[in-house]
Design a protein around this ligand. Sequence first.
Ligand code: PBG
Length: 334
Amino acid sequence: MHPIHAPFPAGRLRRTRKSPALRDLCQENVLTAKDLIWPVFVREGTDVEEPVASMPGVSRLSVDRVVRAAEEAAGLDIPAICLFPYTELHLKTEGCEEAWNPDNLTNRAIRAIKAAVPDIAVMTDVALDPYNITGHDGFLRDGEILNDETLEALVRMALAQAEAGADIIGPSDMMDGRIGALRNALEGAGHRNVVLLSYAAKYASAFYGPFRDAVGAGSLLTGDKKTYQMNPGNSDEALRLVARDLAEGADMVMIKPGMPYLDICRRVKENFGVPTYAYQVSGEYAMIRGAADRGWINGEAAMIESLLAFKRAGCDGILTYFAPEVARLLGRAM
Ligand code: PBG
């Protein structure tokens, strides 16, 4: 794999960097709008766009505005949009019942998007945290996150989303056995073509902070998520999780967060050769946006560079809050 180059001066590696034309011809990886999945936050109301303080440029959108966002995404060639609900406090309970309400915010948004923009893929998140009064992804009892009891709730939640028309379901809860449970339930209910994009290697990360504010789970959270999300020191374990989730019926897998875990993206792609995605999470967005807003870095260039890095690491696509902005930039040709 390592071609022998003629020694200097015959071998000048700068030749292929000489002009934009030569750089284009020799570019190994490319980023396009079609690589992107756009995560959006949904809230109650009509015609509302409520800024998220820790994510400048990102807002919680009412369902009608989410439909407009989906139209915008389709116009920009972005193939998928991913929904995260900001659930009002009075709907958060210990039993998380709102998670499988057929008329909850997410399910209403799915139906509205599918009616208006049928060609865009709608992705959803499966985990209890937006509905849980404890802020956790699973049921909490006596200081412990209950695995098997949580699975039953996740199944109900996913079935309601599939019923509403979700194309891609993304379990982000990190309970054991969830992919198998969801796949069985979906098959049993006749939802044979619903795709499971497993958040297979999801780390217990400090980079989720702004997201927890955006969905209103941050201030409720007691303790941390280290008994179910991965230890940032681990790498082999990510491969075991991916292997397990694929065996249980995952169609696509995700690594999350993104930029601090590019080594994991590369290992997963090389070992399994399956559709592999990374989530450039809220804290990564906030770092780039925050520095760019202060004039410390060139924001547009940093966005593109950070996303190209995922392609180089082997990812087939990236969930990023920069999606529409980057798609517009790519459309203009950099
Ligand atoms: C919750 C979930 C989280 C994110 C996506 N789904 C947060 C968490 O696990 O606490 C984070 C996304 C982001 O930070 O952008 N299941």
